[in-house]
Ligand binder design. Structure first.
Ligand code: URA
Length: 239
């Protein structure tokens, strides 16, 4: 009896894990792209316990998780959190996942890496300033980036912690910050006498943006990505 309760429809399992809509999953299952315990299953209503079965989609192992973890390439022009009036990034996710939330908002005009998950404890660990989780951004600037500006930013300008500047060129660089304050990168450069004209997040801890994702596309995290994201950071301040 307990077993029967754990079993769910194959199309629903894959959809809830973020692989696509129910309709897409039904198509792919019928097309023979899904294997359960090594056997191709073409019936979308086939019932299986996802915690026990070995699932493959197009020959790639499906990672079953209690929680859902999606990496999205956020498009510019879409807000990160619902304010009720305009569509937000969660509206781009085809299947409704209970409790799905954005881990670390990006401004409307900012694009790039967004983690969407319903794993609240992980979100807390990734966002709390005490853990100093690195976030890396590609930056385009209005004015030339000077050595004094870099020194100011790397020393910690105003209320902001020291940040690291990499790949500095005339009007572009990457910046690594560890706080997550509101408009942090824009305000850091503003305080240093410059202006951000384009911003793209490319990394959160060791999770790098999958550049094969078009703006607005998303995919479930891979096992190694999730393992790295969850790993305790020995440098983190436990206080
Ligand atoms: N810093 C900003 O200024 N904006 C963002 O969206 C993220 C970091």
């Amino acid at each position: 009896m307990a077993d029967a309760e754990q079993k769910q429809r194959l199309d629903r399992i894959l959809c809830n894990l973020g692989y696509g809509s129910r309709r897409e999953m039904q198509k792919r299952i019928r097309a023979g792209q899904v294997r359960v315990d090594g056997q191709t299953v073409t019936d979308p209503s086939f019932h299986v316990d996802p915690a026990r079965a070995s699932l493959e989609l197009n020959g790639r192992q499906v990672l079953w998780q209690r929680y859902v973890y999606l990496m999205m390439n956020k498009p510019a022009g879409v807000i990160s959190a619902s304010q009720g009036r305009e569509p937000c990034v969660l509206d781009l996710v085809q299947q409704p996942v209970k409790g799905l939330a954005v881990c670390g908002r990006l401004d409307k005009d900012v694009e790039g890496l967004l983690l969407l998950t319903n794993d609240g404890p992980l979100v807390h660990r990734l966002l709390h300033p005490r853990y100093a989780i690195e976030k890396e951004y590609e930056v385009q600037l209005h004015f030339a980036l000077t050595d004094p500006m870099i020194r100011l930013i790397e020393a910690g300008i105003g209320e902001y912690r020291p940040a690291r500047i990499r790949n500095a060129a005339e009007k572009t660089c990457t910046i690594i910050v560890t706080e997550g304050k509101f408009h942090e990168v824009k305000r850091i450069f503003q305080a240093a006498g410059n202006e951000v004209v384009h911003l793209k997040r490319i990394r959160l801890k060791n999770l790098c943006l999958d550049e094969s994702l078009q703006a607005g596309e998303y995919r479930p995290l891979r096992e190694a990505e999730l393992r790295d994201l969850r790993a305790e950071d020995p440098a983190a301040d436990p206080e």
